[in-house]
Ligand binder design. Structure first.
Ligand code: G
Ligand code: G
Ligand code: NA
Ligand code: MN
Length: 253
């Protein structure tokens, strides 16, 4: 049985689940949101990383039903936490290229929000830099509609792909996520310069900044000193299962 075949059944056999990694406000360290991250626990292969199976899902088209399941599960979870009385969290969901390019994407997203009764204001979609730079006219249009619905938009893994700064301006995104490769090397002079420049540029374009992959106190201190708005990384929290997030939220109240 190939991984590709196994993936075909993963959804119906309920082998997929979501973890949620907290995003913290830099100044207060309050949890302002979580990023939904898919996991696949296969009965014989064990845990398979999304880095391995998301590309397979993209190639085969399975990313469409899987991506929709992620979106719906994440929105339902977010609404559920709100119903439990916790301060609402921004729920971030990663959108793959193929998902983003579906002609009926907007319609599908609206329907998921209706089914899960989640306000669009609590949903953030993360798109990658390469996706954003693809097919710009259509992309600008789609992003505009999403934004007009009240959905927050983030550009993910910033700095790893090709970016045209003029596109970045047109896209009118809310949040820029600095790729963790920059954060990892932030102790070197050049990378400090890069990261601080990215933060300034983003702020100049009216975007807020998330640094991902924060693993040390030193990285955190540098990011805070340079005005980074939000942080995410193992130094604070790994991606956690639902019940662990619920515990955290209860502690924070
Ligand atoms: O969670 P982890 O670090 O193992 O994720 C590895 C990669 O898989 C990351 O690039 C992440 O963005 C991607 N990924 C995780 N969950 C999802 C998802 O639900 N949809 C998409 N498209 N990518 C995801
Ligand atoms: O591509 P994307 O940014 O969506 O990737 C998210 C992935 O990054 C998740 O799979 C998560 O497990 C991983 N991740 C989150 N925080 C850290 C961190 O501090 N260090 C490293 N190495 N990976 C992290
Ligand atoms: Na992401
Ligand atoms: Mn990222």
């Amino acid at each position: 049985l190939t991984l590709q075949n196994a993936l075909r059944y993963a959804l119906e056999r309920e082998e997929l689940f979501l973890c949620y990694q907290p995003l913290l406000e830099t100044n207060t360290k309050n949890i302002m949101g979580v990023e939904a991250l898919i996991r696949w626990q296969h009965p014989s292969f064990g845990m398979i990383s999304p880095a391995e199976f998301i590309p397979l899902a993209e190639e085969s088209g399975l990313i469409i039903p899987i991506g929709e399941w992620v979106l719906e599960t994440a929105c339902r979870q977010s609404h559920h936490w709100q119903q439990q009385g916790f301060t609402p969290l921004l729920m971030s969901v990663n959108l793959s290229v193929r998902q983003f390019n579906q002609p009926d994407l907007i319609d599908r997203i609206i329907k998921v929000l209706q089914r899960t009764d989640l306000s669009p204001n609590w949903l953030k979609l993360e798109i990658t830099e390469s996706l954003a730079m693809n097919c710009a006219t259509k992309t600008v249009q789609t992003l505009k509609i999403l934004k007009s619905l009240g959905i927050h938009l983030a550009i993910d893994d910033f700095g790893t792909g090709y970016s045209s700064l003029s596109y970045l301006k047109q896209f009118n995104l809310d949040i820029l996520k600095i790729d963790r490769s920059f954060v990892a090397d932030i102790s070197t002079e050049n990378d400090i310069t890069l990261v601080t420049s990215i933060i300034k540029m983003a702020h100049g374009l009216n975007m807020q900044v998330v640094a991902e992959g924060v693993e040390t106190e030193q990285q955190f201190d540098l990011l805070r000193a340079n005005g980074c708005d939000y942080v995410q990384g193992f130094y604070f929290y790994k991606p956690l299962v639902e019940k662990d997030i619920t515990k955290l939220l209860a502690q924070q109240e």
